[in-house]
Design a protein around this ligand. Sequence first.
Ligand SMILES: [Zn+2]
Length: 268
Amino acid sequence: MQNEYEIKKEMCEIGKRVYNRGMVAANDGNFSVKLNDNEFLCTPTGVSKGFMTPEYICKVDAEGNVLQANKGFRPSSEIKMHMRVYKERPDVNAVVHAHPLYATTFAICGIPLTQPIMPEAVIALGCVPIAKYGTPSTMEIPDAVSEHLQYFDAVLLENHGALAYSDSLLNAYHKMESVEFYARLLYQSKMLGEPQEFNKEQMDKLYEIRRKMGLSGKHPANVCPNAKAGKPSCHSCGGACSQSAPEATADADLVASITKKVMDQLGL
Ligand SMILES: [Zn+2]
């Protein structure tokens, strides 16, 4: 398990990758890591994320209030967006926000990343919707993002950029890389001709691969077993997908075994 200082160092390393890959310009972008339910580390506002050292990193509580920040550093102005993700997705331990060129281009044109065109994008991302535009640093962005949190692990922010979140900082960053690579592929294939999409059979096989890999998160592959029986899938049953489905099964098994014991004792 990493200690707090090691996490800060990792945040600086991820900052370098985000900056060096051109996912942000100048001082843009921000990311955060959950330490526990009331302590979160976040990048400061007004500095280039490519040149941070551990003492740049700030600590906030679940409301985004500063718990610790060295002189001259303040938490990101977008911290409310991060806090909304942690609040509504307890499985998330890290959030990354950036402005990658191609993903942001799609966000500006109002085109979500939904065409299934390559195996890795289907397996890693599923679909990436667009959260409607909100003024930076207001509650408009957290509110817009909130609509998609139960169904997706990455969203485009209309006329702004992209947001990715996962169970670790590295995974959240990789998700952002995948979003950008997918957007770039989609853009270039549209330039060259009409991208060929996978059919349903091919999609089902890719979803099966994701399930076998045991990847967590909200993804079309993680629909509850009801979907296969023609009942509402996770996208229409309030997000009760992979996390709740096995529990539901476990509960049903428990009820069945208790019922059997009671019946046995009653001699029925
Ligand atoms: Zn931004």
